[in-house]
Ligand binder design. Sequence first.
Ligand SMILES: Cc1cc2nc3c(=O)[nH]c(=O)nc-3n(C[C@H](O)[C@H](O)[C@H](O)COP(=O)(O)OP(=O)(O)OC[C@H]3O[C@@H](n4cnc5c(N)ncnc54)[C@H](O)[C@@H]3O)c2cc1C
Length: 494
Amino acid sequence: MKDSILDRQDYTEKAYRCQYLIVGTGAGGSVAGALLAERGRDVIFLEEGGYFPTESYTSDISAMTAQLYRNRGVFPLLGKPSIALAEGCCVGGGTVINGALICHTPSWVLDEWQNDYGLKGYGLNELKKYFETVERDLHVVRHEIEENGNLDSMKLLKASEELGWKCDMATRAVNDCKNGNSCPTGCISGAKQSALVTYLPRALNNGARIFSRCRAVRIIHSGGKARKIIVRVMGGGPKRIEISFDHLVVAGGAVQTPHLLRRSGISGLAGRNLQFHMNLKVVARFKDRLNAEQGTMFTVQMQEFDREGLLIMASNIKRHYVAMTLSQHTNEEINSVLSNYENLGIFTAMIRPKSVAHISSRFGDQPLVTYRFDPDDLSMIKLALRRTAKLLFQAGAIELYMPVTGAGKIRSLPELEQTLDRVRPENLEIVTVHIMASCPMGTDPAVSAVNPDGKLWKMDNILVTDASVLPSSIGKNPQGTIMAFAHEIINRHV
Ligand SMILES: Cc1cc2nc3c(=O)[nH]c(=O)nc-3n(C[C@H](O)[C@H](O)[C@H](O)COP(=O)(O)OP(=O)(O)OC[C@H]3O[C@@H](n4cnc5c(N)ncnc54)[C@H](O)[C@@H]3O)c2cc1C
């Protein structure tokens, strides 16, 4: 596999050629490239990030974050409040650093897409075969109830049962998960079935090549056809190469895909309507010890309110992450909370907000992403925090630290209400790891960027196969949906 993955010293030619050029090796790009290579097509993947195999992963959080994430882990969605977006930037993309939770698209979201965007062929019945394929390819298994590990998740499960709230064991893409607690910085045991160990090796075994540390900066096109791409080789001084192709598949993720299209003067609609989920992180201190580091993230999911767009899960925990999550608290508070580290858990309430972002590509190499906080999201966030607090107190938490600047510790639901009465959007700490819908698929070129075959309107030979093409945010972990769409798009194409 290593021989087919090129790095900066390997680009000795100025120009290359292939039948299919795929920009991005993440969830959507890896599936597209694997299917095309298996059908005998000559495929090159371009990947801006480097190649880091499992053996190179360490427990050094800052070093791994610098290697595997875009901009060392933080990219702002500018607004009030600004939101920190975390995105993978390495061979395998987001699948290398994600929680490996694989979900089906909710049926009500697929219905919305059929009714509002005219999508035919993407209903639950049609996508079912792809969900099954992805589950087989990624060895998706249901996490089992445990007695001695993942106690943060187990507490969520028990408390949900007591409240009569639906809560399920998660289905994750792991093969013999060792609970190494390192999902967001690369799975040290190699258990996580990321694209790096599944779809990409399949593509390489069928002749594909990966050009790593290569950023696509501009698509050269004429007469409604993309002709070649200009590539900047990252690091080690200025170096540019060009790659020509018959077909281009763009899968750089929901910010970078529209940015590349806009910079190349293609598709004015791309990037106008970026949607995302909001993650609200709550640190909880329990009376008894959880030793939550002995476990891993997202092993159960509280889904009682999923139709309203709310999910609650236990997140990955390390001292470093607790300190980061509490960054809006005082030093004394952070030290005091950390002195009870064994009793802590970090929990994520994920919501499907109405706020929408816009990508601007006029300011040089990097996109600028801005969003307007939709007033309805404040009530949704308050409701999410209320429900999370109720669940965590039920689970035995004695103190909660909310993602609200100046909130201090919360010891009861009435105390939380006092905080929520005062909260304004700019006091909230919000992160996001799920972005989508920036090149929505649809039947009307006035409101969609790609047609139902995944082809960019008015361009003969450009497909988009990443999170960008989902017509809207889905209120669930999106990797399974992205991969199912990529399967359908490539199957329609060849
Ligand atoms: C910490 C974290 C946890 C998550 N947990 C889950 C989870 O448990 N379950 C789930 O379903 N989802 C999860 N996600 C989200 C999921 O990983 C993403 O939705 C998914 O990876 C997006 O797929 P994609 O193909 O759109 O883009 P990506 O997977 O992000 O891949 C895009 C790739 O393209 C490359 N690229 C971008 N621009 C260029 C360019 N111009 N030239 C060359 N290369 C380029 C990028 O470097 C990147 O490697 C998580 C994400 C994060 C960050």
